[in-house]
Unconditional design. Structure first.
Length: 335
């Protein structure tokens, strides 16, 4: 067992590479898509870390790798000092009660053949059947009913199937299911992106209340910076499979450092029309490079207006430039 770092979750050098294969009869690997390429971050107990970036930057792959729903190519995922990447299947199953996932799509993440109460109770039944949990069927049904009530679902909904619910109600079922085993960490993979704006605020407020009442820790994935600002205490910005900046939410919005972070924030509309007209919008040149191409140097240099010669020769490490603020950019690092 690794020594406890004091963080609930400590991810070190995480890599997830997908092989590129060619051939019909005999397949051969000709390269790899580096979806996640050396990610480091940590989450303290009780906080919410937001992972933000463009679509395709590796956010969801990172989340699924942390939850061990995606194979890990390299790196460590330390949960309370235990490396989840090194656990045997039975050990991993026993550990799963402490970390659960709320998925992005409330339509495809629920079994259409099960009733709402059975979907919520399923994790409890699985653990009870495997001997990892001691609960009677009556207790399981009572727990499911309590979770429905806690997540804003009427008891009369227990016998309904997923297609009979709205998108927001389905996501509430998904949240209740994630809470069934009493997890310490909830991995929320864009939990409101598929919902109407009016419903998004309801779900975010529900998650905030649950975090406070149940002392939950969150890894929160989103591409909407306004959602991240509202919900998260710290933010990590991803680009092309790597973390390029991380700090507390207030500092990031007040004083972004990485050129990519500045570009992301400049695209967020301001509610004040005078300020909106007067600010400078940063338009990135070109497209996001393919993660299947091996590059030397900084992965953002081709789109960066402040790139220098050094950026083409080596990749900057994620390093602290001030207390609690880390950035991967030579503009803020010495020789």
């Amino acid at each position: 067992m690794m020594p406890d770092t004091g963080f609930l979750l400590d991810v070190r050098g995480l890599k997830v590479h997908f092989p590129i294969e060619k051939g019909i009869v005999v397949k051969r690997t000709v390269g790899h898509v580096r979806a996640v390429d050396g990610v480091d971050f940590h989450i303290a107990r009780g906080e919410a870390l937001g992972l933000v970036g463009e679509s395709g930057c590796g956010k969801s792959t990172t989340a699924m790798a942390v939850a061990r729903l995606q194979s890990i190519t390299a790196g460590k995922v330390l949960f309370e000092g235990r490396d989840l990447a090194a656990l045997a299947p039975r050990e991993l199953r026993a550990a799963r009660k402490d970390f659960q996932v709320v998925f992005q799509d409330p339509y495809s993440s629920l079994d259409p053949r099960q009733k709402a109460a059975d979907i919520i109770a399923e994790p409890l039944r699985i653990f009870a059947k495997s001997g990892l949990l001691t609960m009677s069927d009556t207790e399981i049904r009572g727990k499911a009913a309590s979770l429905m009530d806690r997540c804003g679902l009427a008891s009369s909904f227990a016998g309904r199937y997923p297609h009979e619910f709205s998108g927001g109600q389905r996501q509430r079922i998904g949240i209740a299911r994630a809470l069934a085993l009493g997890p310490k960490l909830v991995i929320a993979d864009e939990p409101v992106s598929a919902l109407d704006v009016s419903i998004q605020s309801q779900i975010l407020n529900l998650l905030k209340d649950l975090q406070k009442d149940l002392d939950l820790t969150f890894l929160f994935i989103a591409h909407d910076l306004a959602v991240i600002e509202y919900f998260c205490t710290r933010i990590a910005v991803m680009y092309l499979g790597r973390i390029v900046e991380t700090t507390d939410a207030a500092s990031l919005y007040r004083k972004p450092l990485h050129p990519y972070t500045k570009a992301l924030l400049s695209a967020v509309p301001l509610p004040d029309p005078v300020k909106e007209r007067g600010r400078r919008r940063i338009i990135l040149k070109g497209d996001v490079p393919s993660p299947s191409v091996v590059r030397k140097g900084c992965p953002f240099r081709e789109r960066c207006s402040e790139a220098m010669e050094r950026c083409a020769l080596e990749a900057p490490a994620l390093a602290a430039v001030e207390a609690g603020h880390e950035v991967s950019c030579f503009l803020y690092q010495g020789a």
